[in-house]
Design a protein around this ligand. Structure first.
Ligand SMILES: [Ca+2]
Length: 387
């Protein structure tokens, strides 16, 4: 429910499009500032991942029980998956808020063992946010600006409102998200799948500063783009790649072994409804079920016809059960990073017409998932949310 989430707002430290960029890690810990955290008790520690579990990093613009959180739960509740860490990036939320929400929700599900590493607080392009008013005036105001719509908090312990259940007890891991990605890929060459389910800023920084890791990454799975349909943030652009088009362009043009994209074409058809909420809350009493009742219950009580896509959650499903994919296509992919009405537009060049070397210079192939099996998806989603 990325679109319905409250966020926070804006200081402008950003980086130029340089191979070695400086960025704000943002979430310095300030001991003693966290208010006492009454609220739901954390679950007991969960069982460790099974031997041979597939290794993933979840790079997210985390909210509270939003689509990023659901993705994390789907992966973290699966013993066949080893979540090496959550790296946070500004997008739906400012990185400070996303860091607090990641830490807190991991505690709530008994996965406080998973490190959370704050990453880029601003998109790569230095003037991204300060140019928004001009772009809005020329091309129309986006109905949803994510973090850009709110004031940036000074720390993950000083949000406008404490996270659900209170501020986390755990601290974020030191260092920066991009360095964490680099380090983990080096430790586990050929084994790590990166979920890029927010703006791709951390991933772009990682591959630009340490290109040697590129062939060592097993796969990148993105939520992003709207290839054959209008965008949902501007008529041209989907939110994640609109927020930081330069990073998305860098990431997509990186020669990863394999990249898979779940765009809006797949995501916008898969709607979370009261009937699906009811299936989850009918399940066993767990911290996740309590979160659903507390955070989503009031919305459905107000409006039983409320629906929303669950965007990022489809990436977890595609990874956990590739059989959920009904229609996918391989295309050369790119993002328009030219300022103008098409800023952030994703483009997919059909491999028939644009077979190499006719593809645009520097573009790489990706598998784009255009449709998923809805029943199979919801069965998986409900199963993971009720564990
Ligand atoms: Ca996201």
């Amino acid at each position: 429910m990325r679109r319905s989430h409250l966020l926070t707002a804006a200081a402008a430290l950003a980086c130029a499009l340089a191979p070695v960029a400086v960025y704000t890690a943002g979430a310095a810990s300030e001991p003693g500032e966290a208010p006492a955290a009454p609220g739901p008790a954390a679950a007991p520690p969960a069982a460790p991942p099974a031997p041979g579990a597939r290794k993933v990093i979840v790079d997210a613009d985390m909210g509270e029980l939003n689509d990023d959180a659901a993705t994390l739960f789907m992966l973290a509740k699966d013993r066949g998956v080893h979540v090496l860490g959550v790296t946070t990036v500004s997008g739906n939320t400012w990185v400070e808020a996303g860091t607090a929400y990641s830490l807190r929700q991991l505690e709530l599900i008994g996965r406080g063992d998973v490190p959370v590493v704050p990453g880029a607080g601003e998109p790569l392009f230095a003037w991204r946010q300060s140019r928004l008013p001009g772009q809005d005036a020329l091309y129309g105001k986006s109905p949803y600006g994510g973090a850009f719509d709110t004031k940036r908090p000074p720390s993950y312990l000083k949000l406008p409102k404490p996270p659900y259940g209170g501020y986390p007890k755990a601290r974020p891991r030191g260092g920066a998200a991009a360095d964490f990605i680099v380090d983990q890929v080096r430790r586990h060459p050929g084994q790590v799948t990166v979920f890029a389910i927010g703006p791709a800023t951390n991933l772009a920084l990682a591959v630009r500063t340490h290109p040697e890791i590129v062939p060592m990454i097993k796969e990148v799975v993105y939520m992003g783009g709207a290839f054959d349909e209008p965008g949902n943030t501007t008529p041209a652009a989907e939110f994640n790649w609109w927020f930081d088009p330069e990073s998305a362009k860098i990431a997509l043009r990186t020669p990863f072994r394999r990249q898979t994209i779940v765009p809006n074409e797949a995501a916008m058809k898969v709607l979370y409804t009261k009937a699906r909420y009811d299936r989850i809350v009918a399940g066993p009493q767990t911290p996740i079920k309590k979160m659903f009742k507390d955070l989503h219950g009031p919305e459905f009580a107000r409006n039983p016809r409320y629906t929303t896509p669950v965007w990022d959650s489809l990436t977890a499903a595609v990874f956990l059960d590739p059989g959920v994919i009904k229609r996918a296509e391989e295309r050369y992919v790119d993002v328009d990073a030219t300022e103008g009405p098409n800023y952030g537009r994703s483009m997919g060049y059909a491999t028939r017409e644009f077979a190499a070397p006719r593809n645009p210079a520097g573009t790489r192939k990706a598998t784009i998932v255009f449709e998923v099996d809805q029943e199979r998806f919801w069965n998986l989603y409900v199963d993971r949310m009720t564990r």
